[in-house]
Each structure stands twice: as C-alpha cells, then as structure tokens.
Design a protein around this ligand. Structure first.
Ligand code: PHE
Length: 461
C-alpha cells in the first residue's frame, strides 16, 4: 500500500464540535424531524427519539469518532489501518468503503433537495409568499418539481457551493466555513424562535410537539425514531469518521459525542418550536402536512405574518446553511480518500467527486418529472432507490458493523488509548451499550427496513 499523506488537524479546539454538528444538523432536523414528529404522535415520538439518541446514537457516534481519530486518515485508509492493527480480517475494511460510497450517494440526492431551499430563499426575498393561499402554494411547489432546468440549476449551484469550500482545504476551507456558518445558524434559529413566540401561536405549537399520549408509543414510531436518530447524527456515512481524523488528541471523545448529540437534538426541537406556532396561527392550514410542511405550508404562514418577507427569508437562509454544512461533510470523505491515497490535487478530487454526484443527482431531478414512472428498483423511482439503498440498507448495516467491530473485534488497548480522557464510568456504560444494545437495535431497524421490499420482491405482496 502506498504511504498515506499526513493529515491536517484542526487548530481550534471547538472546530470539531462545530463541524460535526454542522454535518449532523441539516434537512433532517429542520425539514424532516418536525413533520415526522407531527405524524407520529408528538411528545411520544420525541421521547422515543431521545431514548434512541442516548442509548444507540451516542455510543455509535463515539465509536465512529474514535475510529477516525485513531486512524487519522480518510475512512477507507482508517479502517484498513485499524483492522490490521487489531489483527482482524481484511473484510472489515468494508466499513470504510461503505461509508465513502454511502456519503457519495446521499450527496447526489441531498443536493437536489437542498437546491429547493435556494429557490425558496429567492422566492422569499422577492416577496412571492405574500398573501399566498393553499392552492397557490401547492402549485408553486409542483411547478418547481416539474421544471427540470430550474431544478438542475439549483442542484448545480448547491454542489458548486459545497465543492468551493473544500477546494480551499481542511483548515482554510472547511474549518473557516463552519466557524462562520454555525454561529450564524444558531443566531438565525434563535431569532426565528423569538418570532414564533411573538407572531405565532406558541402554546398550540408547543402542545402539538410535546403533548404526550402513552398510546402513541408504537413499534412503527420507534423504528422511525431510531432510523432518524441515525440519519440526523450522520452516522455510518464516513462523514463523522472523516472529521474525527482532524480532531485534536486532547479532546475527550465521549463528552464531545454527547455535546454533538445534544446540539443536534436542540436544533431539531427548536426548529419544531419555530415552525408549528406559525402554522397554528395561520387560518386554514393544518400541521401534519408530511414532507410538504416546509415547502408548501410554511410559505403560506410566512406570507400571512407581519414582516413575513424578512423572517421567511431568514428561515430559508437557515435551512440553506444547515444543508450546506451537511453536504460539505458528505463530499469530504471521498475527496480525502483521493487526495491522501492517490495524491490527487484537492481541486481535481473535488471536481471529480462533485461532478459524479451531480451526474447521479440528475436521476433524482428527473424522478420528479420525466422519469416519474421509471422504477428501476422494486417500484421505486431513482430518487426512491438511492434513498432506500442509503438510509434503509447502508446506514443501518454500516452502524451494525461499526458497533460489532469496535465492540467485539477492535483491540481493547487501542480503544482505551483513545478514550483515556473520558471517565471510567462513561467507558464502562458506553462499552456495554455498544456491545449488546446497539447491534440488536440496529439489526431490528435493518430488517424492518428491508423486509417490505423483500416481501415485494419474492411476490408475497
Ligand atoms: N445529518 C444530516 C441531516 O440531518 C444528513 C447527513 C447524513 C449528513 C449523513 C451527512 C451524513 O440532515
């Protein structure tokens, strides 16, 4: 194997937390979390989600950061190194490959959806939400989805924004960007929360999010909560492992993982508390709108509110920043691999990977119009297929393998060495959860996600 080029390490202590939180906080928090909470019983779902984050998310997040920091390289070279030093079978290196490939695949469709937020930012700034009614808002969204050239234009813009940051490298690009973006993101969120309290029906929104009903605790809800906990923490996608490689050695990994999970959860809850009060204060619209909540319902709410142009624009700027810091973390693993392993220049590595993701992303763009009837994988569109393969297969499978590898295969001394700054109590609880609880829980999610598709495949349905 060729020698791996020496990795950069971030200069500021806080950069790792900002960058990893930037990866974690994304469309998952602001677009998906509020509507799946609405659909699955509010408070009961929030509770199940918190349990999943704490018992399964944090242990695997810790394991993934630990692998990255020990390896100090891109996920593929990291896994190659760690499995060798643990005397483990070559096949374990697949964890690195799966992560890099999954991140690339997610990037392809994530940047298309992130592109919609740019369109909505523009529309908000132009005052297009003013006095918008329900039908007009649906038509506006449908017209966007039918307009290939506009979709491609925004998708291209988003991928270009992502590559632009990484072309400047790990410290001058990535570190610089997250140190600017993340404080701004939190500031915008606070402002919007204040606006929701002032202009919205805050009590109704909070009641909707937190009203607790024991009968809402269901298997289905638990599965969705666990799947979402994984996605929102960016687990098993190579992103966190790649960032872990740049983490200074004097930071406690477990504590850092808990901070990231707490911030990520805080943003999701704050986003819910900023969105629902506005929805409830607008006559004629209802929450629980599913995926259309952000792109159809919210514009109506902003259009009907005082100063809606300013706050609507602030909201879509917030979503853009959140998505941007996530796409950066999706592009970085493959770029790091090409630059370290094959000595690619950062510019060519970025152009190659970003270009590839762009090309594949066209499949997602066409899934909403020309190819809406093209179902390459068991009745799913290209977008549906890539989403299924990543979030329902690669993500839980990767999480399962990471838990088993770090919990059962990796040399204990290597683990202890990385976790020496965390308390013995944390280490003990963490190891127990990682060995026994995480693999079982993740296996259940994996089976539950794949089962319906397999059933269709063998013709049972
Ligand atoms: N965590 C991001 C979100 O919640 C998505 C993501 C997944 C980003 C995997 C990077 C890696 O939107």
């Amino acid at each position: 194997m060729r020698r791996i080029r020496q990795h950069a390490i971030w200069g500021h202590k806080g950069t790792f937390v900002l960058a990893a939180t930037g990866s974690a906080v994304g469309l998952g928090n602001i677009w998906k979390f509020p509507y799946i909470t609405g659909e699955n019983g509010g408070g009961a779902f929030v509770l199940m989600y918190l349990v999943c984050i704490l018992l399964i998310g944090v242990p695997i997040l810790t394991a993934e950061i630990l692998l990255g920091r020990y390896g100090r390289a891109n996920p593929i070279s990291t896994m190659e190194k760690v499995r060798k030093e643990s005397g483990a079978n070559r096949l374990w290196a697949v964890i690195g490959w799966m992560g890099v490939c999954a991140a690339f695949l997610i990037l392809s469709y994530y940047s298309v959806i992130a592109g919609w937020t740019l369109e909505y930012l523009k529309a908000a700034l132009e005052g297009k939400f003013v006095a918008l009614d329900g039908d007009q808002s649906s038509v506006m969204f449908e017209e966007l989805l039918a307009d290939k050239s506009r979709l491609v234009q925004w998708q291209t813009a988003f991928i270009a924004m992502t590559a632009l940051v990484l072309i400047f490298g790990v410290t001058k690009g990535l570190e610089f960007a997250v140190r600017l973006m993340m404080p701004l993101l939190f500031l915008l969120l606070l402002i919007l929360l204040g606006y929701a309290i002032y202009a919205g029906d805050f009590a109704a929104g909070a009641r909707f999010l937190f009203s607790f009903n024991v009968t809402d605790i269901t298997w289905r809800g638990a599965l969705i909560a666990l799947g979402h906990a994984f996605f929102t923490l960016s687990l098993a996608m190579g992103a966190i492992m790649a960032y872990g490689a740049y983490m200074p050695g004097n930071l406690a990994i477990g504590k850092t993982a808990m901070t990231i999970a707490a911030l990520d959860t805080l943003v999701a809850l704050m986003a819910g508390l900023a969105i629902f009060p506005l929805v409830f204060a607008t006559p004629g619209i209802v929450p629980g709108e599913g995926p259309g909540l952000m792109f159809v319902t919210l514009p109506i709410a902003f259009g009907a509110m005082p100063l809606g142009i300013i706050f609507g624009s602030a909201f879509f700027l917030l979503v853009t920043l959140a998505a941007w810091s996530s796409t950066i973390s999706l592009l970085e693993p493959a770029v790091a691999y090409l630059t370290e392993r094959f000595n690619f220049h950062r510019i060519s590595a970025n152009l190659l990977i970003a270009g590839g993701a762009w090309l594949l992303g066209l499949g997602t763009v066409f899934s909403f119009n020309d190819w809406a009837e093209f179902k390459p994988l068991w009745g799913m569109t290209v977008f549906g297929s890539v989403d299924f393969v990543t979030t329902s297969v690669l993500l839980p499978l990767g999480g399962l393998l990471i838990a088993i590898f770090v919990g059962w295969v990796m040399k204990r001394e290597l683990i202890e060495q990385e976790l020496k700054l965390d308390s013995p109590h944390f280490r003990q609880v963490w190891y127990g959860l990682l060995r026994y609880v995480s693999p079982v829980a993740v296996l259940i999610v994996l089976c539950a996600g794949v089962y319906p598709v397999l059933k269709k495949l063998v013709g049972l349905e």
